[in-house]
Design a protein. Structure first.
Length: 652
C-alpha cells in the first residue's frame, strides 16, 4: 500500500510539473516533447531530486515505448506504403545507410571502438518522428513535397530502428548459444511475421467483428490492448524484443477495418505513457556530466546538425527533388530523435556507451530536438535563396512550343480535376508538379505536365507564363504559394492569378501580393453546406446565389469575422430569424398593399425585400401591392413568421 502511495505521489508530481513546463513551452512555441524532457531534468537526480525511485518511472516508460511502436504499426498501412515505396525505400535507405557510414567513421576517429562507433552511427541516423510530424501538421505541409519526403524518410527510420535494437547484443559481443544464433533469431522473426500476417488475414478480423457486435466499448478496448501486450509478450518470450512484437501487433490491427477505432482508444494511453518515457530520459541527463564535456558538446552539436542536414538533403537530390525542397527536408530532419533515445538506452545497458559518452549523447539529442523549430523557421528562408536546378529536368520540349493559355501549379486532386476540365473544353493548358513520379506517370498518359519548382522565375519563363492568360496555384506549401504569386504578379502583371488557400490568414496576404482571386477551402465548403441548408428551407434560389456572390465578392468577410458579426446581430435582433414566405394566388393578402396589410402590427414582422418574376426588390414602398407568387423576405421572431406563413395560405 505504501509503495502504491509513493507511485501515485511521483506520478502526480510529474504530471503537475509537466503542465506548468509545457504551458511555458507553449508560450515559447516549443514542442511538448521538449517540455517533458525539461520536466525530467527538473525532477530528476541532477535537478531538484523530487523523484526517489527512478526505476518505477522507467518501467512505466517502457510501456510507453511499446504503445508507441504499436500505434506506429497501426498507422503503417502496407497499401499506403506501397504508394510511396520509392521515396521510402530509396530515399530512406540512402539517408539511414549514409548516416550510419558517416557516423561510424566520425565517432571512430573520435576514439570510440569500432562496435561503439557503429552503434553511435545508428543513433546518428535517426530523427524525431513525433516532433517533425507535429510541426509539419501545424504548418499544414504534410501534403507539400517536403512533407511527403520527410514522412517517407521517417517511416524508413522507424522501421530501421527495430533491427538496430536487435543488433545491440551483437555489437556488445554477447555470446550466442544455438538458441540465440543469427539463424535461429531470423527464423523466429520470420515465424512471428508469418503468424502475424495469417492472423491479420483470418483470425483478428473475425475476433474483432465478434467483439464489435457486442457494442461494449470496454470489451473492444481490452481486446485491442490485450492483442498489443500479448503479441509483445510472445515476441519477448521467443527471445525477440517487446518493441518488435508491439510493432507487429499494430500491423495486424492496421489491416482490419477497425484500425481507426483502435487507434482512437489507444492514443490517450500512448500519449500518457510515452510522455513518461521522455520524462525518464530527462531524468537520466546529468547536468554536471554535461558541464564536464561542454567543450565537446559545443562543437559536436553544430557539426552533427550540419552533417544530418546534408545527408537528408542528399536523399532528396537522389530522388530527383529540387535543391530547395531537399534543403528544407534536410533542416527538418537534422535532430536526433526519440527512437535514438530508445536504442541509446539499450546500448548504454549493453555497455556500448559508457556513462560519460551516454550523457554526451543525451545532451546532443535533447539540444538538437530543442533546435528543431529553429530549423523549420530557417528552412523556407534559406531555400528561397538557393538556385534551382529543376529547370534542367524540363528536357521534354515538344509540347512547350504550343502556347498554353492556362498554367496549373500542382497536380493534386484539384489540379487534376481542373486539367481534365480544360482538356474537355479544349483549353490549351500545362501543368507543373514537384513529384517526379507523378510527372513521369502522367506524361506517359499524354498529360502536358512538367517537373519543376515554380518558385523560380526561370522556370515560369520557360513554361511560357508570358503567353498565358490564367495562372492557377493549387499547392499545399503556403510559403511557396506566396513566392509564386509574388513572382508572377511582378514579372507578368497581365496574367490573371487564382490561388487555392488552406489558411484564413493567408487570404489578405495573397491579395496584397497580387492574386486576383483566392479560393479558401474551408470557406467554400461552408458555402456549399449553407446553400444546401437554405435550399431545404425553401429559400429562393436567386437569393442564395446573390448571397454567395456577395460573400465571395467581399473576400469571405462575413465568415472571417463571424464572432463579432454574430455578437452585433444578437445585440440588435435578439431571437430574430430571417425567412422567405410565398404569397399564394388566392391568398387573402394577394392584391393588398403593404401599408393596408399592417404586417408589422398584425404579425410583428418586417418586410426586407420582395421577389417577383425572378427579380428582387429591396426596401419596397408602403404602396407596394402584393400579388400571387410574390416571395416576401421577412425578419421577425419564429412564432411571428409561423403566423404569417399561415395567413398567406390560400383561402379555404
Amino acid at each position: 500500500m505504501l509503495e502504491l502511495q509513493y507511485l501515485l505521489q511521483d506520478m502526480g508530481l510529474i504530471f503537475l510539473l509537466s503542465v506548468g513546463v509545457i504551458l511555458f513551452c507553449f508560450r515559447l512555441r516549443i514542442p511538448p516533447i521538449i517540455g517533458f524532457l525539461l520536466t525530467g531534468m527538473l525532477v530528476g537526480p541532477s535537478g531538484l531530486k523530487l523523484i526517489d525511485d527512478v526505476h518505477i518511472v522507467e518501467m512505466m516508460a517502457e510501456i510507453g515505448v511499446v504503445l508507441l511502436l504499436f500505434t506506429i504499426g497501426i498507422e503503417f498501412s502496407l497499401a499506403e506504403l506501397w504508394q510511396i515505396r520509392r521515396p521510402v525505400l530509396l530515399g530512406g535507405s540512402f539517408q539511414v545507410l549514409a548516416s550510419i557510414a558517416l557516423g561510424t567513421g566520425l565517432f571512430w576517429l573520435l576514439g570510440l571502438s569500432l562496435q561503439s562507433a557503429v552503434f553511435a552511427g545508428f543513433l546518428f541516423a535517426l530523427s524525431s518522428t513525433a516532433i517533425v510530424l507535429k510541426l509539419l501538421q501545424d504548418k499544414a505541409e504534410m501534403e507539400a513535397p517536403q512533407g511527403r519526403l520527410s514522412l517517407a524518410i521517417l517511416i524508413f527510420q522507424d522501421v530501421a530502428a527495430i533491427p538496430m535494437m536487435l543488433l545491440v547484443p551483437v555489437l556488445a559481443g554477447v555470446q550466442r548459444s544455438a538458441e540465440t544464433s543469427w539463424g535461429w533469431v531470423t527464423f523466429k522473426i520470420v515465424a512471428v511475421i508469418v503468424l502475424g500476417l495469417l492472423s491479420a488475414r483470418y483470425l483478428i478480423p473475425w475476433l474483432l467483428a465478434q467483439v464489435v457486435r457486442t457494442r461494449i466499448r470496454e470489451l473492444f478496448l481490452i481486446t485491442v490492448a490485450g492483442l498489443c501486450l500479448g503479441i509483445a509478450w510472445l515476441s519477448a518470450s521467443l527471445g525477440l524484443s517487446l518493441a518488435l512484437g508491439a510493432f507487429i501487433a499494430g500491423l495486424i490491427i492496421s489491416e482490419s477495418e477497425y484500425s481507426h477505432q483502435a487507434m482512437s482508444y489507444i492514443l490517450p494511453f500512448r500519449d500518457v505513457f510515452t510522455s513518461l518515457f521522455f520524462v525518464s530520459t530527462g531524468m537520466l541527463l546529468s547536468v554536471s556530466g554535461v558541464f564536464e564535456n561542454i567543450g565537446l558538446i559545443i562543437w559536436l552539436l553544430p557539426l552533427l546538425l550540419l552533417l544530418k542536414t546534408a545527408l537528408a538533403a542528399g536523399a532528396g537530390l537522389v530522388l530527383g527533388y529540387s535543391g530547395r525542397i531537399s534543403v528544407m527536408v534536410g533542416l527538418f530532419l537534422a535532430q536526433i530523435g526519440e527512437f535514438a533515445l530508445v536504442v541509446g538506452k539499450l546500448g548504454h545497458e549493453a555497455e556500448l556507451l559508457d556513462s560519460s559518452q551516454y550523457q554526451i549523447f543525451l545532451a546532443l539529442s535533447i539540444l538538437s530536438m530543442m533546435l528543431t523549430p529553429v530549423g523549420f523557421w530557417l528552412a523556407p528562408r534559406l531555400a528561397r535563396r538557393l538556385p534551382d536546378e529543376s529547370l534542367s529536368d524540363l528536357h521534354i520540349k515538344e509540347d512547350l512550343d504550343i502556347p498554353a493559355k492556362l498554367l496549373i501549379i500542382g497536380y493534386g486532386i484539384g489540379g487534376r480535376n481542373l486539367a481534365r476540365t480544360a482538356a474537355a473544353t479544349e483549353v490549351p493548358y500545362r501543368v507543373m508538379e514537384m513529384n517526379w513520379d507523378t510527372v513521369r506517370r502522367e506524361r506517359a498518359q499524354g498529360i502536358p505536365i512538367q517537373y519543376g519548382d515554380a518558385t523560380q522565375l526561370e522556370v515560369l519563363q520557360h513554361l511560357g507564363l508570358a503567353q498565358a492568360r490564367i495562372l492557377v496555384v493549387m499547392i499545399s506549401d503556403a510559403a511557396a504559394t506566396r513566392r509564386i504569386v509574388e513572382l508572377a504578379h511582378r514579372e507578368f502583371p497581365q496574367v490573371w492569378i487564382l490561388v487555392r488557400s488552406r489558411f484564413v490568414h493567408e487570404i489578405d496576404a495573397l491579395y496584397e501580393l497580387g492574386a486576383n482571386e483566392v479560393v479558401a477551402e474551408e470557406f467554400e465548403s461552408s458555402i456549399e453546406i449553407f446553400s444546401r441548408v437554405l435550399n431545404r428551407f425553401l429559400i429562393p434560389k436567386n437569393e442564395i446565389v446573390r448571397l454567395i456572390s456577395d460573400i465571395r465578392g467581399d473576400h469571405y468577410e462575413i465568415f472571417r469575422h463571424t464572432d463579432s458579426n454574430q455578437a452585433s446581430l444578437k445585440g440588435h435582433f435578439p431571437d430574430f430569424e430571417w425567412a422567405s414566405v410565398r404569397i399564394h394566388s388566392d391568398s387573402p393578402l394577394a392584391g393588398v398593399s403593404l401599408q393596408t396589410s399592417h404586417l408589422r402590427n398584425r404579425f410583428g414582422v418586417t418586410v426586407i425585400a420582395i421577389e417577383r418574376s425572378g427579380q428582387a426588390y429591396t426596401h419596397p414602398d408602403p404602396d407596394w401591392v402584393m400579388q400571387g407568387q410574390d416571395i416576401l423576405m421577412v425578419m421577425g421572431k419564429p412564432e411571428a413568421i409561423l403566423d404569417l406563413s399561415e395567413a398567406v395560405k390560400a383561402k379555404t
